[in-house]
Design a binder for this molecule. Sequence first.
Ligand code: ADP
Ligand code: ADP
Ligand code: ZN
Length: 216
Amino acid sequence: MRLILLGPPGAGKGTQAKFIVDRHAIPQLSTGDMLRAAIAAETKIGLRAKKLMDAGKLVSDDVVIGIVSERIDQEDCSKGFILDGFPRTLQQADALGDMFEEKGLKLDCVVELQVDDDALVERIAGRFTCSNCGEGYHDKFKAPKNPESCDRCGSSEFTRRADDNEETMRTRLRAYYKETAPLVGYYYAKGQLKGVDGMGSISKISADVEDVLRKL
Ligand code: ADP
Ligand code: ADP
Ligand code: ZN
């Protein structure tokens, strides 16, 4: 199964992707995570991406298209994958279509998580992640059972993203509505779009996403 998770920053794409990974045994391909790894490794791409990401602006299409194309050629993607945070522009969507055609792959579905702006700001403001295993948390909506340690791996180190602040958040939301939201119409026109109400609880949304996937 090959799917795209579409939605604004903070919608819950990463959170829902993790459930799909567990249920369907396909990897999550998050371009944001890949770019953050490139920054941590101080690669050329990472050094170029850092300034843009810190400012809440999109990284250039060429760079992310290249990263995704290489990634989906890897063995663990042979049975499918979840694209999280890609495509984010019409140019990326067209490039992905070409890529799938060249590689002989089929896109099964685009799941759009629909969330109000106020909720996005609240979700992003409280977001943090386990530094060791990457499990995502939220101060209010998904706090670890023991505030000192990760539920999944027990690590006591957590990180917050440099771009998860109110000022950058506004730039990212603008970028979403200007550059990424047109993809809703793009995939609707192709008959591939499935909208899911992203305003409920994490478990309710997860059940709704699974309903959509079961019917494919
Ligand atoms: P969120 O989960 O909040 O939507 P991401 O982790 O997906 O954020 O992305 C963080 C940042 O990484 C973006 O603001 C952007 O600068 C960059 N980025 C990630 N994916 C892409 C992409 N497909 N195209 C361009 N820039 C991207
Ligand atoms: P995205 O990948 O779309 O940027 P995340 O999955 O990282 O979004 O979620 C953003 C934040 O909101 C995280 O802290 C996460 O724990 C929290 N979150 C995710 N889904 C929900 C939900 N349905 N209700 C409340 N908080 C949520
Ligand atoms: Zn952990």
